[in-house]
Design a protein around this ligand. Structure first.
Ligand SMILES: Cc1cc2nc3c(=O)[nH]c(=O)nc-3n(C[C@H](O)[C@H](O)[C@H](O)COP(=O)(O)O)c2cc1C
Length: 139
């Protein structure tokens, strides 16, 4: 069984695109080494991250991420177990939402997140994604 976990947090200071790119580069490299997949969304200073993998790896990674000084007010919003990965192809998908995208997200036909969330089968398997979807829809 795979463990999944979703949390939200606030950036503790302004994060530039360059900083984000570097954060993703390191995360993707680290995550692929321990077979952790997932998604990171950045929107107006908030992060929403979904990670999935072996339980010990997820617990270890979440502990590490939660101590990162680049964000604060970290709140776990869901966690559980699943037989299948929702993100088998990416080590860490990323989406930086613009404010107009956040409100009009459902109108964006090519948005990766929307394609993912439109897959009802995946939503059934992953309650965390359903939660994430609701969260984004309500931004
Ligand atoms: C919002 C956010 C999400 C992060 N996600 C990951 C992640 O998925 N994987 C990861 O290895 N590090 C992630 N990090 C970075 C870790 O906190 C930590 O800085 C990094 O893993 C250290 O890498 P190193 O041990 O190779 O130096 C994240 C940091 C932030 C602020």
């Amino acid at each position: 069984m795979l463990k999944y976990l979703t949390y939200i947090s606030r950036q503790s200071h302004v994060i530039t695109d360059k900083n984000l790119k570097e954060l993703l580069r390191i995360s993707r490299s680290n995550n692929s080494a321990i077979a952790v997949t997932g998604m990171l969304i950045y929107f107006q200073g908030s992060f929403i991250q979904y990670i999935e993998g072996r339980e010990d790896n997820i617990d270890w990674l979440y502990n590490k991420i939660s101590q990162d000084k680049r964000h604060q007010s970290i709140t776990q919003i869901s966690s559980g177990f699943s037989k299948e990965r929702a993100f088998s192809d990416w080590s860490m998908a990323f989406k930086k939402l613009q404010s107009n995208e956040a409100t009009a997200i459902l109108g964006y036909k090519n948005l990766e997140t929307e394609q993912l969330f439109d897959d009802e089968k995946k939503l059934e398997v992953h309650p965390a994604l359903r939660l994430l979807n609701n969260y984004i829809r309500n931004l």
